[in-house]
Design a protein around this ligand. Structure first.
Ligand SMILES: NC(=O)c1ccc[n+]([C@@H]2O[C@H](COP(=O)([O-])OP(=O)(O)OC[C@H]3O[C@@H](n4cnc5c(N)ncnc54)[C@H](O)[C@@H]3O)[C@@H](O)[C@H]2O)c1
Length: 258
């Protein structure tokens, strides 16, 4: 199995892309640590996965350096170290630019950008001390590059993740820690169903800009994470990979089937 015996920490693992990553790495033989603010779901999924899975409750909107260190330490206590960190937890807030609330802007940055920074530092310290390298994967988005007028905080946080990934990557590769990011297109999770794809009109608009003609599946993001964390990706450093059904390369609109 591709990741047998590795210790993999995944934030935002109670549902959506984080849960798909937890399931994929578990199936690949890893020990998985599911971190989320949603206690019931996280606990239930860790129990369902079985003995190589543990659950940690954490509200990353209040993440500090101490909280980050304690999450990494808890993973090390459970399974004896940390090999992979997936900074996946994320939130979105939609409002027109001129009305966008300051507190919503800060809240999105704390969860989407500051927590990955602090967890990345804490994980890197542990990986350097272990001396066996590692992999850190940050969840970005096509919105690191594309603009939607009512999602300034989200786009800024994901653009920040792109550069956080690049700086971490060049800082950590001397320790054989590879840092990369994934920038998904539209994957039908709760976040998407309740925001950018909440109506039929929005669905048509998104599909008209998606050459694959469909949304992605969470497993199609988890498979990229599994690849990036593996030796098959040993020369990929500081990149953001965009599994987006062709969205970013598109310069026309696609006919939508009913
Ligand atoms: N679904 C997509 O199309 C898509 C596209 C691009 C990027 N992404 C990114 O992928 C990641 C996962 O998104 P998703 O679609 O699975 O969303 P989701 O809303 O289904 O899941 C997000 C998870 O993060 C957790 N979370 C939120 N706030 C938290 C907090 N304060 N502390 C701890 N955990 C918290 C939630 O409880 C949830 O389990 C996010 O970073 C998102 O920005 C998703």
């Amino acid at each position: 199995m591709k990741h047998a015996g590795k210790v993999v920490i995944i934030t935002g693992a109670a549902q959506g892309l984080g849960l798909a990553c937890a399931e994929r790495f578990h199936a690949d033989g890893a020990n998985v640590v599911l971190v989320d603010v949603k206690a019931d779901r996280g606990r239930e999924h860790a129990r369902r996965l079985g003995e190589r899975a543990v659950w940690l409750e954490a509200d990353l909107s209040a993440c500090t350096a101490d909280m980050a260190a304690s999450i990494i330490a808890a993973a090390a206590d459970a399974f004896g170290g940390v090999d992979v960190l997936i900074n996946n937890a994320g939130v979105i807030h939609l409002d027109d630019f001129v009305d966008f609330p300051e507190e919503a802007f800060d809240w999105v940055q704390r969860i989407n950008l500051k927590a990955p920074f602090l967890l990345g530092q804490a994980a890197a310290r542990a990986m350097i001390a272990q001396g066996r390298g590692g992999s850190i994967i940050n969840m970005s988005s096509i919105n690191a590059i594309l603009a939607i007028p009512n999602s300034v905080a989200y786009a800024v946080s994901k653009g920040g993740i792109k550069q956080l990934t690049a700086v971490m990557a060049v800082g950590l590769i001397p320790h054989n820690i590879r840092v990369n990011a994934i920038g998904p297109g539209t994957i039908l999770t709760d976040m998407v169903k309740s925001s950018v794809m909440a109506s039929e009109a929005q669905r048509q608009t998104i599909l008209s800009r998606t050459p694959s003609g469909r949304c992605g599946e969470p497993s199609e993001i988890a498979s990229v994470a599994s690849f990036l964390a593996s030796d098959d990706a040993s020369y990929i450093v500081g990149q953001t990979i965009y599994p987006d059904g062709g969205r970013l390369i598109l310069n026309y609109t696609v006919p939508v089937k009913d």
